[in-house]
Design a binder for this molecule. Structure first.
Ligand SMILES: Cc1cc2nc3c(=O)[nH]c(=O)nc-3n(C[C@H](O)[C@H](O)[C@H](O)COP(=O)(O)OP(=O)(O)OC[C@H]3O[C@@H](n4cnc5c(N)ncnc54)[C@H](O)[C@@H]3O)c2cc1C
Length: 360
């Protein structure tokens, strides 16, 4: 039976965003509605910022290395794609801060980098006593009245003081977004912190309640997980499910124009007609592609700042693995070193292929 209606959708960009959109659209086809999907990808590879590679025979990530477990969607996608048995959690727990020339372990229980135990905060070696005492004002200062959003850094510094905020918390939280904490929206990045302030009246009390709830619910649950073999397995599986013939590599989209109630999408010198276009590229590229369709949207999107990041992978000679402390790695407060963070890959994602080499 031919479906009563059909819709042609073009998805621009085969990163995890574009591929999971294409997969969801194809899964939404019904006997009454057929959805035809074409994914157009500029580069010669699907996956975008997810890029698992081999370094001297060792599996490593050139981009993202894990997903956050507290946000359920990546875990659900793994289940949908039949990869649930291959979701792996870090082989080591705990992380460090590189401060004043040494590695200082994070307190044992510190959800979002905020110490759940005031005693542990006071004993923490990474900050002078005065700055730790300042953070305790968070316990007595009234919560801000519920209102609009504020920068993540403003919220943290207002509650915990700039010492604890900039050395303990921001390197972890702002580092995840490679962003300036004074530019990142608290609501968009870590809305839980605003809830803690409102509900618990304090970030330290919120952290304590969150740590207790996590312990009661499921023991100490890791914050991150990945797929065995690397996150590219997720995007490869998505391409398989979508159908490789629907994902066109080396098809950079150069323009989108309206034609008689539909769109003409120009890619690699050819036109593809679509009823709906989903643009899943970085915002500055969406701005460029939408400039002829909506200058207001293009202006907003073009105003979103991006930073350039580089990943350096280092494999040390055999016999070095045990020289790395237990833990997943360290973060660096702004301005204290030329890097923002270091993942101890051979500790965090142990794999026989590493042998006894330290891989960072
Ligand atoms: C070094 C690094 C580490 C990270 N670590 C983590 C992590 O551990 N955990 C986490 O959750 N997130 C992490 N992130 C962020 C995460 O990787 C990204 O948010 C996510 O992969 C973005 O997916 P996307 O599909 O939105 O965009 P992208 O992956 O950027 O995909 C966009 C795709 O669009 C294509 N494209 C661009 N222009 C066009 C065009 N004109 N026509 C056709 N195609 C086009 C690009 O080639 C690309 O394939 C990290 C990011 C980086 C850079």
């Amino acid at each position: 039976m031919t479906p009563a209606r059909s819709r042609r959708v073009v998805v621009v960009g085969a990163g995890i965003g574009g591929l999971s959109t294409a997969h969801a659209l194809l899964s939404a086809s019904t006997p009454d509605l057929s959805i035809e999907v074409t994914v157009l990808e500029a580069s010669g590879r699907a996956g975008g910022k997810l890029h698992s590679i081999e370094l001297d025979g060792m599996p490593v990530e050139a981009g993202a290395d894990s997903f956050v477990v507290r946000k359920p969607w990546a875990v659900e996608l793994c289940k949908e794609l039949g990869l649930e048995d291959e979701v792996v959690i870090p082989g080591s727990m705990g992380a460090y801060v590189w401060t004043r020339g040494e590695l200082v372990p994070f307190p044992d229980r510190a959800p979002f980098g905020i110490p759940a135990d005031v005693g542990e905060l006071l004993r923490w070696q990474g900050l002078p006593r005065g700055q730790k005492l300042r953070a305790l004002l968070d316990l007595v200062r009234p919560a801000a009245r519920a209102g609009g959003d504020e920068p993540l850094g403003t919220l943290l510094r207002r509650r915990l003081g700039s010492g604890v905020a900039t050395v303990m918390v921001e390197p972890l939280l702002a580092g995840l977004h490679a962003g300036d904490p004074l530019e990142l929206s608290a609501e968009a990045t870590f809305p839980e912190l605003r809830v803690w302030e409102r509900r618990n009246g304090s970030l330290l009390r919120g952290a304590r309640a969150a740590a207790r709830a996590a312990r009661e619910e499921k023991g100490r649950q890791p914050m991150f997980a990945t797929v065995w073999g690397g996150l590219s397995r997720l995007t490869e599986r998505l391409v398989e499910r979508i159908g490789g013939d629907r994902v066109r590599l080396d098809h950079p989209v150069s323009g989108i124009e309206p034609v008689r109630g539909a769109y003409r999408v120009r890619a690699a010198g050819r036109d593809v007609l679509a009823d709906v276009v989903v643009v899943a590229t970085p915002a500055f590229e969406v701005a460029r592609l939408l400039s002829g369709l909506s200058s207001a949207a293009a202006k907003e999107l073009g105003g979103i700042p991006y930073v350039s990041t580089a990943v350096v992978l280092a494999a040390y000679p055999p016999g070095t693995a045990e020289q790395i402390p237990e833990g997943t790695g360290f973060v660096v407060p702004a301005g204290q070193a030329t890097i923002t963070a270091c993942t101890w890959i051979s500790r965090k994602w142990p794999n026989e292929a590493f042998g006894d080499r330290a891989v960072l």
